[in-house]
Design a protein around this ligand. Sequence first.
Ligand code: HEM
Length: 397
Amino acid sequence: MTNKTYKPIPIITKNLVPIIPRNGQEWWRLRSELQKELSVPKNVRSFLMDVDDITNEFVNHLESDIVINMLPELARLNLELTCLLTFDVRLNSFSIEEKHPNSKTSRLIRATETTNSCILPTDQGLQLWRKFETPTYKRLRRAQNFMENVAIDLISEKISYYREDRQQQFSAGYMKRSSLIDEYLKNPNLDLSDIVGVGNDLMLAGVDTTSYTSSFVLYYLGRYPEVQKKVFEEAKKFMKEKYAPIEGDALRTDIPYTRAVLKEVFRLNPISVGIGRILNKDTVFSSYEVPKGTCVVTQNMVACRLEKNFSDPLEFKPERWVNRKNAINPYLVLPFGHGMRACIARRMAEQNILVFILRIVRNYEVKWIGRNDMNVRTVLINKPDQPVNVILKSRND
Ligand code: HEM
């Protein structure tokens, strides 16, 4: 992208309702258009090279042999990845300038955290914000305005490029393929307010979810060195050199143990306690009649920690997913939800986290320095309840 500044496009500030809070017909109209790019495995794999490049850059910018709180660092990685894939823009989140508290990326990261922590308190209880602007509502509104303005700016730049020279637009971009917003702009069934809403939603849903999950991964890798050793051996098999690129086929077939580690993290520390739905008909659960319109939330996280569902349920044992002796109910571990409304970016998120795990473990030995009993604090989603403190020791092999 160039440094040119563009006037925001006025029309896209109207009727902005993103996908996450929509329901019914309006939700499906958007969802059916948006998911094509994100759910087809081939499309998701076409982002792999860019994801690997940025993750490599991220891993190499980390300092070794000092204590680092990885959570703010991971937020930068996932913001950078989300914005590249969504808008084809590099925000240079790992630079010293961007690490300043008033930079654009620092404000964006704060805005996603603020939104995620203000939704629950405004949604529950008396909802006084409907009568007057409560402090929590004000924080939420400001955070959302900021994110929306960033989305409008980035999309305005894109449209100006299209108007100037479409060919040049592609050659000026950073990515080896076109971004999600490029694809959505070509879709006649989406209008500009839909597209800005989506840009905003992807930034909101893409940063904290993936950063918290990666934090839990680091915690378990650090606490269980024998697990980390096996991940390292798996990574080294197809990355003989540290900088060897990660290939799509290898990611699909050659890392069963690393995948099992991620699955076990999702079993013990999913970022969502379960799946929430508003019933569209009267339903009976375990002989209790539940009327239409009731909001029901399944308790997968609790179920995953019960002895009747898993042996040694509180033990971190990726092996249980590798050599499965007993069938495991497929409805227990559902970190991305289930059905038509499941996470739209599941494949992308898994790809990004697997690349992160392989790159960090291939480059460093991760030593856990935080408290040994990391737990979760539920804001809207589950976040680590303490700093994610680690020491990274460079590997020479
Ligand atoms: C570890 C990472 C992630 C986890 C665990 C996760 C989990 C979830 C869950 C549980 C839902 C609700 C599903 C349901 O109700 O059945 C959801 C929805 C959603 N997620 Fe994710 N997510 C992750 C990453 C991402 C990323 C990276 C993005 C975008 C870049 C994203 C975008 C969305 C969107 C837009 C929705 C709403 C879909 C709809 O309402 O139709 N998520 N996610």
